[in-house]
Design a protein around this ligand. Structure first.
Ligand SMILES: Cc1ncc(COP(=O)(O)O)c(C=O)c1O
Length: 356
């Protein structure tokens, strides 16, 4: 029998989450952020699943955009980091992509390119990662307005603290963007967190990512708190049962020693599949609808769970995260975010798509 470790991707839930994003930002276009293999969910399948609904897609780099066009995706595609050289810039023109520009060199490459393109000027409103300083933007706009190969100009920026509701820096960044409103250009600032909690940031278009996959962008909450549905359910199965006597230990380093007679389920998933080795003792896993605590160290191919309080048998299905156990909750036990849990799954995990 094959190893049961698999990620089940619910495309119906994905479309519902996109619909919710559109409802919450009803006057904005929504570019679904599907970079990094759609946050580990499988970029091409996710793009196809959203292609009837989405206003556009956003990816990080040209390779991702090219893969989408080669797969026949015709919707607008925004490349968030823009072109990396003049060749990439010309390919973006040729494939009718939309390019972010965040530095002078990229402006120069645009002057050299043939065709026509929509440009998103990245404005640094305080993140200090990518973008032109607010005071430099009017000159950049003037330059681009002189380019006959630039069909449209948009402004975009990115929040640094939108995951904390009411963080004062969110308003500081919004105010910075608003200083550019006399230019009357369409603008975009909202990631999932801002889309859900800061309506004044919606602008002409929004860029939801993590919420489409059903996880929460807000610290200390779960996707369910925002009526989002889990898209990825990561599952495996119990491949061995062990009875430990009080004082016996399990796994590498003997990091768990039983304080009482303990039933241990061995589950066929480990860090070789992308389940984090950093998962602490007590990280929940779901078996037969019951949350059971992980104990001992996560190894490459297996992890161990204390199932003394549950009626667990060999072959039982185990949910590591997904429906019934939020990735947000698991991530908290691993000192990380759902984003990273999703992105780090390895090629050993089989993907099954529901609702194509
Ligand atoms: C520029 C930009 N916009 C939007 C997003 C989507 O963010 P989120 O997944 O938090 O919605 C990202 C993600 O990193 C991003 O880099």
């Amino acid at each position: 029998m094959a190893r049961a470790t698999q990620a089940i991707i619910d495309l119906h839930a994905l479309r519902e989450n996109y619909r919710l994003a559109k409802q919450r930002a009803s006057n904005s276009r929504a570019y679904a952020v599907i970079k990094a293999n759609a946050y580990g969910h499988g970029m091409l399948t996710i793009a196809n699943a959203l292609s009837m609904d989405a206003d556009g897609f956003a990816v990080a780099c040209l390779d991702e955009a090219v893969a989408l066009r080669e797969a026949g995706i015709l919707l607008p595609i925004l490349v968030l980091e823009g072109a990396m050289d003049s060749n990439e810039c010309q390919v973006a023109f040729d494939l009718d992509l939309e390019l972010a520009v965040h530095q002078q060199q990229q402006l120069h490459w645009i002057t050299l390119a043939k065709g026509s393109i929509k440009v998103w000027i990245k404005v640094d409103t305080g993140m200090h990662r990518l973008g032109f300083a607010v005071q430099d933007v009017p000159a950049v706009v003037s330059d681009l307005r002189l380019q006959s190969n630039v069909s449209q100009i948009h402004l975009m920026s990115h929040f640094s603290c939108a995951d904390e509701i009411g963080h004062p820096f969110n308003q500081v960044q919004l105010d910075q963007m608003h200083t550019l409103s006399p230019m009357k250009l369409p603008w975009s600032m909202s990631n999932s967190a801002a889309l859900l909690t800061l309506p004044s940031s919606h602008g002409e278009s929004v860029r939801p990512g993590i919420m489409l996959y059903g996880a929460s962008p807000i610290v200390g909450s779960t996707g369910q708190d925002f009526d989002l549905q889990a898209v990825m359910t990561l599952q495996s199965e119990v491949i061995a049962m062990n009875s430990l006597k009080a004082g016996e230990s399990v796994g590498y380093g003997r990091s768990f020693t039983a304080s009482r007679d303990t039933q241990i389920a061995v589950v066929a998933i480990g860090y070789g599949d992308g389940y984090p080795r950093s998962a602490k003792a007590g990280t929940p896993v779901l078996i037969k609808g019951k949350k059971c605590p992980l104990v001992g160290r996560v190894s490459m191919d297996m992890l161990t769970v204390d199932v003394t309080e549950a009626n667990v048998q060999l072959g039982d299905t185990v949910t590591l995260w997904g429906t019934g156990l939020s990735a947000d909750e698991v991530a908290t036990h691993c000192n990380t975010l759902s984003y990273e849990l999703f992105c780090r799954l390895t090629s050993r995990v089989k993907f099954q798509y529901l609702g194509r």
